[in-house]
Design a binder for this molecule. Sequence first.
Ligand code: SAH
Length: 464
Amino acid sequence: MKEIIQEYKKDMMVTLTIEDLGSDGEGIGKLDGYPFFVKDALPGDVIEAKVMKAKKNYAYARLIKILEPSKDRIQPPCGCHKQCGGCQIQALSYEAQLTYKENKVKNHLLRIGGFLEREIKQVMNPIIGMEEPFHYRNKAQFPFGLDKEGRIVTGFYAGRTHSIIPNTDCILGVPENQVILEHILDYMNTEQIKPYQEETHQGLVRHALIRKGFATGELMVCLVINGGSLPKQEKLIERLQTVPGMTSISYSINREKTNVIMGDTIKTIWGSESIRDFIGSVEFKISPLSFYQVNPVQTEKLYSLALEYANLSGQETVWDLYCGIGTISLFLAQKAKQVYGVEIVPQAIEDAKENAKINHITNAEFYVGKAEEVLPEQYEKHGVYADVIVVDPPRKGCDEVTLQTMLTMKPKRIVYVSCDSATLARDLRILCDGGYELCEVTPVDQFGHTVHVETVCCLQRVNM
Ligand code: SAH
């Protein structure tokens, strides 16, 4: 490879045509193969940028002027989107976002997975986008603090800082968030309840957690406080219970100097301890500390595809690795003979068991542990068997040991649900070299306006 002689220096101005997006949503433009990463620049933009930091193989530059906007650039609907950074690509039309995500998966299969263009064409389905790419999140955590004038504010942290930009109406969240936050601010102002301040470790209210069951309409509010109790809590309850759907009001005690939002102790002060939601016909109980998918509408589409790809007749033994709270396991259990879930976080397994119970599902069993330890151990010691193995790993993908054990166990089908198409492509290559054929690849958009994309794949065993 030709060595790139780095000739760019800080403060130099460059003109770039943006070609791609980086992993954090930064635009990437190249000059003689040397890439510049530019925040807020979008594919198709021609821009003027100022070099901020130039390294040997790449540079960071700041967007100074858009000379020619990308044809896919739109006026972002949220006025705070630049400061917030949560929606990395909100200025890209939703259609263009979907195309970008679809191409990202394709390119990873091609470049990292080593699949041929022709093979990819045969297996790849169009991305499943959202019907409504806003208000899709069922959970939000808003920090509280003081502005420069000493007023109580809530909103979001400005990108990579802990200063709060006031905004009670994040467009990814449910409309009820705003109503609830206004009630909390009103209660704090009237009753003189102080927000928490990190620098001094003084003040009471740190965060408000709001969750909604989309299928049930049930709402939960949990205030995270730096103290043992909530003064005049009845005044808060009075206000919040007027919000239609309010089901659970609680506080969580967190007195630590920490970035972790929730404390371990939860005290319910009104209504139920939890709310309910459904994904498909499976019911979930959600408490303030439960793990739960944040976009239940797209999750249902994603996991329904996983179920379809598992192609169950009722006789199968299925392993669901990285099972979390068992969403996929419980989906599968309705169609399989027996399901085994494996998950590293004990609390998630507690929830999975509880959710199985609520749904009267008796053919799902759960193990706490690492997939790469539990699966080989169960296979070697007990000779466990699988007709189908489903995996839904975190972004780093499956451990090599897990993949090898799966290959040794020779299930008829493997369903791979992924939140990172680069590690997905890497793992698919290993599985395909080990005797599987890639049959279906479907990207699903769970997080509109971010660069993330989920993918569900079906693999069939070829050499019996
Ligand atoms: N399908 C799940 C979500 C999967 S997200 C659900 O419905 O809830 C990936 C999960 O893998 C997380 O819950 C994470 O805790 C778990 N995990 C991470 N590393 C793991 C490992 N080595 N073995 C097993 N589980 C792991």
